[in-house]
Design a protein around this ligand. Structure first.
Ligand code: LMR
Length: 295
C-alpha cells in the first residue's frame, strides 16, 4: 500500500505464495499513479520480476518470543535463494533491497546466488537497516526531548543484536549523553526488534514500522535511480570499511545503486569496543550465509 502511494512508482508488482489476488484488487482502487498487478505462487514468480527496476524482498517467517533473527535462517535462507535465482534470470540489473532476516546472512546469500549466475553487481545489492536508524532517531529524540525528524543517528554494523551499532558520538545535530544514557540508548536500539516481538507475544515481529522504514529506504533508492544527487542512507552492503566482506554504514546512492561507501568517521572508545564485538558476530553470520550456497 505504501509503495502504491509513492509517486515515483509507475508499475507495482506484488508477489507472494498466498493472498496476492485480494491485496492487489484492494490497493488497485487507490487513486494513485502506480498500476498494480498481482502474482501468486512460484509459477508466476518470473512474470512478477520481468522489467522491474527495484525489487524489495520482505519474504519469510517472523520471530516468536525467545528467538533470535538467526533462528529464522533455516527457512528464510531458502526463500531468499529462490527469489534471487529468479531475479538473476529476469531482472539482473534491478536494485535489490533485502529485508528478510537474518539480514546479516541473507545479503551474503543473495550475493553468492548472483555470483553463481554471473550477474553479481555489489552496487545493486542492499540490506535494509533503515529500521535501526528510524528507531535510533526516535529513541534519541525521546531522551533529548526534540522532534525525531530533527535527529540523524548513523547506525552501522549489521541488523541483529550487538551487530547493530548506533554511533551516538556522530549524531546530527551534535549532542552529548551521560554514560548511563549511552548504555540505555544503545541497548534499546539493539533490542528494538525484540521489544516488538515480545509485545506481539507470538503474533510476529515489527511489520508496520518495518514497512515505514522499508518504504523510506526504497524511496531513497528510487530518487537515486532517477538521478537525484546527495542521497545518503545507512545500508548493509559489500564493503571495505572493515575487513569484513559486508558491513552497514552510510552510503551515497546513485543511478547504479551504491555509488560511494562513506568512512565510519571518528569513533569513541565505547564505539570502538562495541565494533570489535559486532565484527565477531557479523563474521560468523556472513560465513553462514556464504557456505549455505557454496556447500
Ligand atoms: C526488526 O528489526 O524489527 C526486524 O528485523 C524483525 C525482527 O525479527 O526483529
Amino acid at each position: 500500500m505504501l509503495m502504491k502511494m509513492n509517486p515515483l512508482v509507475s508499475l507495482l508488482h506484488l508477489y507472494d505464495v498466498v493472498n496476492t489476488p485480494g491485496v492487489t484488487s484492494d490497493i488497485s482502487h487507490m487513486d494513485t499513479g502506480a498500476v498494480v498487478r498481482g502474482f501468486l505462487g512460484q509459477q508466476q514468480l518470473e512474470d512478477a520480476l520481468i522489467g522491474m527496476d527495484l525489487v524489495i524482498i520482505p519474504a519469510g517467517v517472523p520471530r516468536k518470543p525467545g528467538m533470535t533473527r538467526d533462528d529464522l535462517f533455516n527457512i528464510n535462507a531458502g526463500i531468499v535463494k529462490t527469489l534471487c535465482e529468479a531475479i538473476a534470470k529476469c531482472c539482473p540489473k534491478a536494485i535489490v533491497n533485502v529485508i528478510s532476516n537474518p539480514v546479516n546472512s541473507t545479503v551474503p546469500i543473495a550475493a553468492e546466488v548472483f555470483k553463481r549466475a554471473g550477474t553479481y553487481d555489489p552496487k545493486r545489492l542492499l540490506g535494509v537497516t533503515m529500521l535501526d536508524v528510524v528507531r535510533a532517531n526516535t529513541f534519541v529524540a525521546e531522551v533529548l526531548g526534540v522532534d525525531p525528524r530533527d535527529v540523524d543517528v548513523p547506525v552501522v554494523g549489521g541488523h541483529a543484536g550487538i551487530t547493530i551499532l548506533p554511533l551516538l558520538s556522530q549524531i546530527k545535530p551534535p549532542c552529548s549523553f551521560t554514560p548511563k544514557e549511552i548504555e540505555y540508548l544503545t541497548g534499546r536500539i539493539q533490542n528494538g526488534g525484540t521489544e516488538v516481538v515480545e509485545a506481539k507475544a507470538g503474533a510476529g515481529s515489527a511489520t508496520l514500522s518495518m514497512a515505514y522504514a522499508a518504504v523510506k529506504f526504497a524511496d531513497a533508492c528510487l530518487h537515486a535511480l532517477r538521478g537525484d544527487a546527495g542521497i545518503i542512507e545507512c545500508a548493509y552492503v559489500a564493503s571495505q570499511v572493515t575487513e569484513l566482506p559486508f558491513f552497514a554504514s552510510k552510503v551515497r546512492l546513485g543511478r547504479v545503486g551504491v555509488e560511494e561507501i562513506l568512512p565510519l568517521g571518528p569513533l569513541n572508545d565505547y564505539e570502538r569496543e562495541s565494533l570489535e564485538k559486532a565484527k565477531k558476530e557479523l563474521a560468523a553470520s556472513i560465513e553462514k550465509g556464504i557456505s549455505f550456497i557454496r556447500k
